[in-house]
Write a protein that binds this ligand. Structure first.
Ligand SMILES: *Cc1c(COP(=O)(O)O)cnc(C)c1O
Length: 461
């Protein structure tokens, strides 16, 4: 694993001070928050790795663009700048801004799906799944089996299982499959990339059965970078050329621009050339998101997105960004701390189940490690494991997750190498007293999406 840090391709002009509490203060804060990281105030967090969504730092150019916001109700110049920027990268004729990724899903899904229909994806992100199910349809994940093996290296663990995809279409009936969704990178599988070959093969199947292929494009630039680095035939292509080729295989895309477009709020819908479909999308956007030339955003936000899209495909930026994950992975290898390998594009998933073997799944190892990282160094990550999975809706019993991860999502252009070192040092310190770390039990929980608001207490040993 490449352990050399690729230095930031930017310098710092403005700083946002962060608080460093003492260990005693952190112990009090986390107790007050009922050991739920979502209940902490962000000002009590030193290094915030809860999400990479909307948490990136905008550039001087983006902030300058904000000052050029044209807040006209219709026909704002920023809208046209955004359309040209997006057309340039995606090669699609039709682009519609919306306020974030789930808004794009809310507009698009009911057009493609309804009761009795199915969406098949390499893996649905949770809001994508929710919007599929809200139409009355069902969401089926169809990821390659190597994604489930956290140890063995595979270059494209985000891929669609294309053989299974064909079986599923045959079983369900092609007229019942409303959409095939390719999520790049595959967020729920740990930010794992999808190869160009896999996108192409999936598109061939979609075309054969006449089913639209939609890209969930939140991390398209990170995916393009992985293709350039790992797939034969792409090392001399630019990120933009690779992005264009990826999108050329699909029919439409939805995108959360809070990730690779490095803005704090925004989203997009793109349609390659299906004018009729785009008319329906525009018609739904107006009541749901606002007039087509602003789509739930201010003019200044549209401008920041137009600029951020281009900054997000800069090769050196991506090399630094993905390099941060690889740097951390290299340090974890040396410290013999288990994580999902190879690391993905936006986060490191520490294998808390293996790191804390004395804590059973029903005492939430991923959550226990997340709490401990806060106590140790003021770092905020989150559980991706049994705590997040919750209870079986039929039996009420705790579900046993396939993995117990603590996710450390890295915001874009926000933290430096020294911050990453603090994270690694905290993990090493925890490793040295691993047997003293308690599991947790739930004191109170809501019926759905409990991980956001539950109250927990440490289990006495
Ligand atoms: C974040 C994300 C979404 C939802 O986007 P929001 O901007 O959070 O609404 C959808 N799909 C993927 C893959 C995402 O990462």
């Amino acid at each position: 694993m490449n352990n050399k840090y690729f230095a930031e391709p930017f310098k710092i002009k403005m700083v946002e001070p962060i608080t460093i509490l003492t260990r005693e203060e952190r112990l009090a804060k986390i107790k007050e928050a009922n050991y739920n990281l979502f209940s902490l105030k962000s000002e009590d967090v030193y290094i915030d790795l809860l999400s990479d969504s909307g948490t990136g730092a905008m550039s001087t150019n983006q902030w300058a663009g904000m000052m050029n916001g044209d807040e006209a109700y219709s026909g704002s110049k920023n809208y046209f700048n955004l359309i040209s920027s997006a057309q340039d990268i995606f090669g699609y004729e039709y682009i519609q801004p919306v306020h974030q990724g789930r808004a794009a899903e809310k507009v698009v899904m009911p057009i493609l799906l309804g009761p009795g229909k199915f969406a098949i994806s390499n893996m649905h992100f949770d809001t994508t799944r929710a919007h599929v199910e809200l139409t009355g349809a069902r969401a089926i994940d169809c990821i390659v089996p190597e994604a489930l093996d956290t140890k063995t290296y595979a270059p494209f663990k985000g891929n669609m299982d294309v053989l299974r995809l064909v079986e599923l279409i045959e079983e369900l009936g092609k007229e019942n499959v409303g959409v095939i969704i390719m999520t790049i990178t595959n967020n729920s599988a740990g930010g794992q990339p999808v190869s160009m070959e896999n996108i192409k093969n999936t598109a061939e199947i979609a075309n054969k059965y006449n089913i639209p292929l939609m890209i969930d494009a939140a991390r398209f630039a990170e995916n393009a970078f992985f293709i350039k680095e790992r797939e034969e035939g792409y090392k001399d292509k630019s990120i933009k050329e690779i992005a264009r080729e990826m999108f050329s295989h699909a029919h439409l895309f939805t995108m959360s621009a809070k990730k690779d477009a490095i803005i704090n709020m925004g989203g997009l819908i793109g349609v390659k050339n299906d004018k009729e479909l785009f008319e329906v999308i525009k018609g739904r956007t107006i009541p749901l998101e606002g007039f087509i030339s602003y789509g739930g955003l201010s003019g200044r936000d549209l401008e920041a997105m137009a600029i951020g899209l281009q900054e997000g495909i800069d090769y050196n930026y991506l090399k630094y960004r993905i390099g941060q994950m690889e740097y951390m992975a290299g340090k974890l290898d040396i410290a013999d701390i288990p994580y999902q390998s190879p690391v993905g594009g936006h986060a490191v998933f520490v294998n808390a189940g293996e790191f804390l073997p004395h804590i059973p799944y029903y005492e939430f190892p991923g959550q226990a490690l997340a709490v401990e990282l806060y106590i140790e160094a003021g770092i905020r990550g989150c559980d991706i494991g049994s705590y997040m999975m919750g209870n079986d809706p039929d039996t009420g019993k705790q579900i046993k997750s396939q993995f117990e991860f603590t996710r450390l999502a890295i915001p874009r252009r926000v933290y430096t190498q020294s911050h990453l070192d603090v994270i690694i040092e905290a993990l090493i310190a925890i490793k040295n007293r691993v047997n003293t770390i308690p599991g947790y039990k739930i004191n109170w929980e809501p019926k759905i999406l409990r991980h956001f608001t539950s109250r927990l207490i440490p289990v006495d040993k």
